[in-house]
Design a protein around this ligand. Sequence first.
Ligand code: PMT
Length: 415
Amino acid sequence: MSESETKNSSRILLGVTGGVAAYKSPEIVRRLTEQGAEVQVVMTRAAEEFVGVAALQAVSGRPVRRDMFDAAAEAAMGHIELARWADRVIVAPATANFIASLAGGFATDLLSTLCLATEAPITLAPAMNRVMWAHPAVQQNCATLKARGVRLLGPAEGEQACGETGLGRMVEPAEIAAAMLSKPTWLAPQLLAGRRVVITAGPTREPIDPVRYITNRSSGKMGYAIAVAAAEAGADVLLISGPVSLDAPAGVERVMVETAEDMFRASTAAAKEADIFIGCAAVADYRPPTAALQKIKRSAQEMRLDLVRSPDTLASVAAMPDGPFTVGFAAETENVSEHARGKLDSKGVDMIAANLVGPARGFDSETNALQVFWNQGSARIGEDTKLAVARRLIVLVAERFKAASRAGGVTQAAS
Ligand code: PMT
């Protein structure tokens, strides 16, 4: 991590805009300050309808800034000085109106002016009604901001203040504080800003009859961690997931699939729009050719199950003309590097991340370690939590993706 990334990393400017979720802002401040961060709150006029200035002042221990033309506040610290003071900016909640204003480059109040005047990384935690969130104008504004390196945290799914249920809730204060206080080598440079990354995760289920299926031990944790890390790095992430019991990570679009064929169809369609494809799913290599329509009865002493090969999603994506930069995984129980290098060639991928799997290793564990191979090199990522490993993998993938783009080996889906 460079000095500039660690220096003063706890000066956080919290922008609060006018949404119901603003009542949670004092909790964000409390969680940040109890970890030693200095927090300066800047509110819009509309935010004052939802949360008291006094509460935010009390928890932050600093006067709340509200007005561009407050002579006393400007004399203490002018707005440009304030923009320079911040190491990070988080706007939580960020309303549709604020998102539009930032995307349009308007400096209509103190907060929007600060966001234009700062060089600190900006994170937004959107909060609005689910229909507003899905509106093409909001989605387009978010895409514009992401392409400029603004990071979006959420929104989350769930019950909304308006009584509806869906995507649009502000992510919880604890999650916002954790995201702001983590030490992100991947965050500051926004390594994948403006890039579309498609990731597969979890197992597939191949039906035998209406109640039985073939599957494997994948929990989805590694693939989901990669989705989180890619989103942290500024990418627009689509997660194609087999059946797992994990929630969709905040700010990540998720499509659930069941079988290897579903995974193949969803992935090959999504890969056409992707810059980077990462195949972390444990896709069944073989499947019953057809599933019995009724439950198979326990009658014969022995029974045989015919299996046919399922389509190879990863190899197919790697073979797509003008396809994305493709990263595979290799799950090996022995001779890890030898088998992984073999898969790098046989599947025609740009990179392969190999992990040793076995009882309590790789599959359904909290930690992992990877050996990563590409044509001209390799790297080792030591044992750590799956999220820490995923973050290091994303840094490597971004580096190799950039090198391949420079060499003209990757078609750019986003500019
Ligand atoms: O989900 P967790 O519990 O966290 O566990 C993580 C993991 C161990 C599953 C993960 O780290 C991992 O290794 N994923 C790949 C598992 C796998 O299927 O490996 P493989 O060596 O059999 O396959 C090689 C590559 O081909 C993989 O990228 C796989 O997604 C892909 N593949 C395989 C078969 C197939 N029909 N289609 C594919 O795309």
